[in-house]
Design a protein around this ligand. Structure first.
Ligand SMILES: C[S@@+](CC[C@H](N)C(=O)[O-])C[C@H]1O[C@@H](n2cnc3c(N)ncnc32)[C@H](O)[C@@H]1O
Length: 206
C-alpha cells in the first residue's frame, strides 16, 4: 500500500477514536451528509447493518435531540447512546420477515441507510454477489418503508451488476447516483448508491 494511503487510513482511524466513534466509517457518512444533507432535523432514520454503531451515533449527534434512529444488525452495537433523540436497536437479519414486520411497525422513515456488508471471502466475485444481495434487500426495505420525499444511501461492492440497482433507484426517486466518499479506501470496491426524493407511493407519513 502506498505511503499516502496508509496516512489517510491512520488519519481517519485516529480521528474516529479521538471523537469516540467505534469505526472510521463514520467519515463516509459525514462526507455524504456534507454533500447531500441526508439527515434533517427531527428525522426518523433506519440504519441497516449498523454495528459497531458509528453511523447510528453520528445520526443521533446530528439529530441533536429530536427524531429517531432504528439500528439493525446481526451483532450488538458497541456504543452507549447519549440522551436526546430516541434510539432503538433490533438484533436480527435484514432478510428476516419478522425484522421487516417490526421495522414497518416503527416506520415510516425519512432516511434509510445501509452500510451492511458480507464477511469478505477473498473472492471478488463471491463478495460482490453477497453485497449485491444485501444492497438489493436494503433497497427493497427502503422502497417499502420510506415516506414520500425520503432518501436512501446503500453500500454495494462493485462487481458489474450494481447498475441494475441504480436503475431501480432511478424509478423510485427523483435523483439517483453512485457516490464514493473520500474516506472510502481507494482500493475498496465499495460505492454508495443514493436515492433522493422518494416518489409518491412511498410509505404513508405516520
Ligand atoms: C461495515 S459494518 C457497518 C459499520 C457501521 N455502519 C458503523 O459505522 O459502525 C457492516 C455490518 O453489516 C452487518 N450485516 C451483514 N449482513 C447482515 C444481515 N444479513 N443482516 C443484518 N446485518 C448484517 C454486519 O454484521 C456488520 O456489522
Amino acid at each position: 500500500m502506498p505511503a499516502h494511503m496508509r496516512r489517510t487510513e491512520d488519519h481517519y482511524s485516529r480521528r474516529a477514536r479521538e471523537q469516540g466513534f467505534p469505526a472510521r466509517s463514520v467519515f463516509k457518512l459525514q462526507q455524504m451528509q456534507e454533500r447531500f444533507r441526508l439527515i434533517r432535523p427531527g428525522a426518523r432514520i433506519l440504519d441497516l447493518g449498523a454495528a459497531p454503531g458509528s453511523w447510528s451515533r453520528y445520526c443521533l449527534q446530528t439529530l441533536a435531540g429530536r427524531g429517531l434512529v432504528v439500528a439493525v444488525d446481526l451483532n450488538e452495537p458497541s456504543f452507549q447512546p447519549t440522551p436526546g433523540a430516541e434510539f432503538r436497536f433490533l438484533r436480527g437479519d435484514l432478510f428476516a420477515a419478522e425484522v421487516q414486520a417490526r421495522l414497518a411497525e416503527w416506520g415510516p422513515y425519512d432516511l434509510v441507510l445501509s452500510d451492511a456488508a458480507p464477511h469478505t471471502s477473498g473472492s471478488h466475485l463471491v463478495d460482490a454477489q453477497a453485497s449485491l444481495e444485501l444492497a438489493g434487500r436494503a433497497l427493497e426495505l427502503a422502497l417499502l418503508l420510506l415516506k414520500p420525499g425520503g432518501g436512501t444511501a446503500i453500500k454495494v461492492f462493485q462487481g458489474g451488476e450494481e447498475g441494475t440497482l441504480l436503475a431501480r433507484l432511478r424509478e423510485g426517486f427523483t435523483r439517483a447516483r453512485a457516490f464514493k466518499p473520500e474516506a472510502s479506501r481507494s482500493e475498496s470496491r465499495e460505492v454508495y448508491l443514493l436515492g433522493l426524493g422518494r416518489s409518491p407511493g412511498g410509505a404513508k407519513s405516520g
